[in-house]
Design a protein around this ligand. Structure first.
Ligand SMILES: [Zn+2]
Ligand SMILES: [Zn+2]
Length: 198
């Protein structure tokens, strides 16, 4: 009788330990499977290994109109991370039924007739911190003040000359770089395993 109870307790503890092990393995797996986005045309890495966030975060609150210097806002996506934009982004902008943000994290846009506009652009952009991007060159696709706007579509050239992304960096816009899912490839990145022989 006594033995059986002890066995039961031992088994319970074992189950608990296994659960803990399983959790830590999952966490390690997630950490090990970062992604490197490369240009689909030439294969150049466009950023270092990035971790996926479950959704695009809300941009940090920032009173850009109070800023002493014009320039990019704090980035929407933390460095080292990426997130998938599920809403349409960029052109074409079409007349909307009711005023709403023209695209995620943007204000309301109106055409010359005073009608509100909304994006009917592509979904599924890969949103990263512009400071994490490598080797991209800005080619404006729409008029901007001190940075770049996404209103004209892709404005970031890979070194091979292919447009691969859209930068939003003007002083009153969310600071984001949107990689075009049709122009980049996602490669799994395995972190080198720690050297256990040392
Ligand atoms: Zn390229
Ligand atoms: Zn500006």
């Amino acid at each position: 009788m006594q033995d059986q109870r002890n066995q039961g307790r031992a088994r319970l503890r074992l189950d608990h330990e296994q659960a803990v092990v399983a959790d830590s393995v999952i966490a390690e797996d997630a950490a090990a499977q970062d992604t490197v986005f490369v240009c689909a045309s030439c294969g150049a890495a466009l950023a270092g290994p990035l971790k996926r966030l479950p959704a695009v975060p809300e941009p940090p609150y920032y009173e850009w109109w109070e800023a002493e210097e014009m320039g990019p806002l704090p980035a929407t996506v933390p460095s080292g991370c990426y997130a998938i934009e599920t809403e349409p982004y960029g052109p074409p902008l079409v007349v909307a039924e009711v005023p709403e943000p023209a695209m995620p994290r943007h204000g309301t846009y109106f055409n010359v007739h005073g009608q509100p506009l909304v994006s009917q652009g592509p979904r599924g952009n890969i949103v990263i911190n512009p400071d994490d991007a490598r080797g991209l060159e800005l080619r404006h696709a729409s008029a901007a003040c001190c940075g770049a706007t996404p209103d004209g579509g892709m404005n970031q050239l890979c070194a091979c000359g292919t447009l691969v992304a859209t930068l939003s960096s003007d002083c009153c816009l969310p600071y984001e770089l949107h990689l075009s899912p049709g122009h980049v490839r996602a490669l799994p990145f395995q972190h080198p395993s720690p050297d256990l022989s040392a």
